[in-house]
Design a protein around this ligand. Structure first.
Ligand SMILES: C[S@@+](CC[C@H](N)C(=O)[O-])C[C@H]1O[C@@H](n2cnc3c(N)ncnc32)[C@H](O)[C@@H]1O
Length: 257
């Protein structure tokens, strides 16, 4: 390990101990004490920091979108630990609804203490449990490349959940392709982390110029902690493409109407 990498790790250890203790415990417990992947335990490796994933998806609220006559085809952009796919998988199986989930994530390194390659290993480990890989397929691709592939192969989806990169450029791509799906195949599209619409933020900032300047400076920023906390890329994508979103929330998801 070179010095820059080593100092980066030391910095991250200190940061995680001070601010994100649970992430440190997670790493310490799973990677250093018992590594279920290394020992091939048939145990689900869970993220101990997020106890209730209904924050992201409230399945009860999206129930009516899950009932289709044939196999329901679902696309998830952004896999991470796979918690969303697995939750949906276990629910649909219980309800005897036929389905296929394709989840897309490039698992690119993003300088976190728990590296993306380790997260990917955990995902693959959990995917191998409960016969999940029968109904969930993963593509280790950026969503843009995945969408190009789906278009070429004329893949159809009933539902698309967008929860990949939250940067403006990427959200724009994900929204554009998904809106095409909505138009061509009546696909239901859900978007995560639209914390506020532009109009809602304008009421908070009260000054269009200040808000526009802030947004202009945030094209490569994932999350802003300012007067309120929000994902600027998600907000801007919706605004620029003039997409109408339902007021009703489905966990932290919003639905394109
Ligand atoms: C918020 S996490 C997804 C969480 C997951 N949907 C869940 O609820 O369990 C966002 C993920 O998007 C992935 N990502 C980043 N850039 C991406 C891209 N261009 N295409 C697809 N996924 C991307 C990241 O690697 C990260 O794992």
């Amino acid at each position: 390990m070179d010095l820059t990498k080593l100092s980066r790790k030391i910095y991250l250890i200190i940061r995680y101990i001070l601010y994100e203790k649970y992430a440190f415990v997670f790493f310490f417990f799973y990677k250093l004490v018992i590594d279920p992947i290394k020992f091939k335990f048939k145990l689900e490796v869970k993220n101990p920091f997020i106890k209730n994933r209904t924050i992201y998806i409230n399945i009860d609220k999206i129930k009516k979108f899950l009932i289709k006559k044939k196999t329901i085809k679902i696309l998830e952009i952004g896999t991470n630990l796979g918690e969303f796919s697995f939750k949906l998988h276990d629910y649909l199986l219980k309800k005897k609804i036929k389905f296929k989930i394709i989840s897309v994530d490039p698992f690119l390194h993003d300088f976190r203490f728990v590296s993306k390659s380790y997260i990917y290993k955990i995902f693959k480990h959990n995917l191998s449990l409960k016969n999940r890989s029968k109904n969930i397929k993963h593509l280790k691709l950026k969503s843009l490349d995945a969408f190009k592939f789906f278009k070429k192969k004329k893949f159809k989806f009933d539902l698309i959940f967008i929860d990949g990169s939250h940067l403006y450029k990427d959200v724009m791509n994900d929204l554009k392709f998904s809106i095409d799906y909505k138009k061509n195949y009546k696909t239901e599209v859900f978007l995560d982390d639209l914390d506020y619409t532009y109009e809602e933020l304008l009421k908070i900032y009260k000054n269009k110029k200040v808000l526009d300047n802030l947004l202009k400076k945030s094209l490569k920023i994932n999350y802003i902690k300012d007067k309120v906390n929000f994902h600027p890329g998600t907000l801007l994508g919706v605004k620029e493409l003039n997409i109408k979103m339902s007021n009703k929330k489905y966990g932290s998801l919003s639905r394109v109407i």
